[in-house]
Design a protein around this ligand. Structure first.
Ligand SMILES: C[S@@+](CC[C@H](N)C(=O)[O-])C[C@H]1O[C@@H](n2cnc3c(N)ncnc32)[C@H](O)[C@@H]1O
Length: 145
């Protein structure tokens, strides 16, 4: 898929309009395409995204975590999936274009902050001022370029 900014913006709009349909499509694709393919390749790491998110959720529940910090926003799939789950979400994206698209996507969610920059530089500045000082957080490191 060629993710041009216009396509991403359209995709985000469609998902926001039909969130249930998007979840169903994601789960159907996972069950019928991703999971069989992953199994066929010997269930190698990394885990398929939906499984990764299931692990994140498990950790969050087990350790009663309220904050998610994600490095590598990309399309914003993870903050979207957890928008109703965590009290506060910080997501860091290197690309200015992707960060801007994510900011637009999450504009009406006060508890989701999209930070643009290299997570190596942004993270140290994030912790002192944030609720991370008062509450337990979970970090998902998915930036891999
Ligand atoms: C594999 S994607 C992330 C997938 C996403 N977390 C998800 O759950 O769908 C990697 C993203 O990390 C971003 N990235 C790469 N290096 C980065 C860095 N040093 N700091 C922040 N983001 C970075 C890339 O621009 C890309 O959007």
């Amino acid at each position: 898929m060629n993710w041009t900014p216009n396509r991403i913006a359209l995709r985000n709009k469609l998902i926001a309009t039909f969130p249930g349909l998007f979840d169903l499509a994601l789960q159907t694709m996972f069950a019928f395409k991703t999971l069989p393919r992953w199994h066929h390749t010997g269930m190698e790491l990394p885990f398929p995204s939906l499984l990764k998110r299931a692990f994140l959720k498990r950790f969050a529940v087990d350790y009663q975590l309220e904050i998610l910090v994600e490095t590598g926003t990309f399309l914003g799939v993870t903050p979207w999936a957890f928008r109703k789950f965590f009290k506060e979400i910080f997501t860091i994206e290197l690309s200015e274009t992707l960060a801007k698209l994510a900011r637009n996507r999450f504009a009406k969610f006060d508890h989701i902050q999209v930070l643009q920059g290299d997570s190596g530089s942004v993270l140290p500045g994030l912790v002192p001022g944030s609720a991370l000082r008062r509450s337990s957080g979970l970090m998902a490191i998915t930036a891999e370029d």
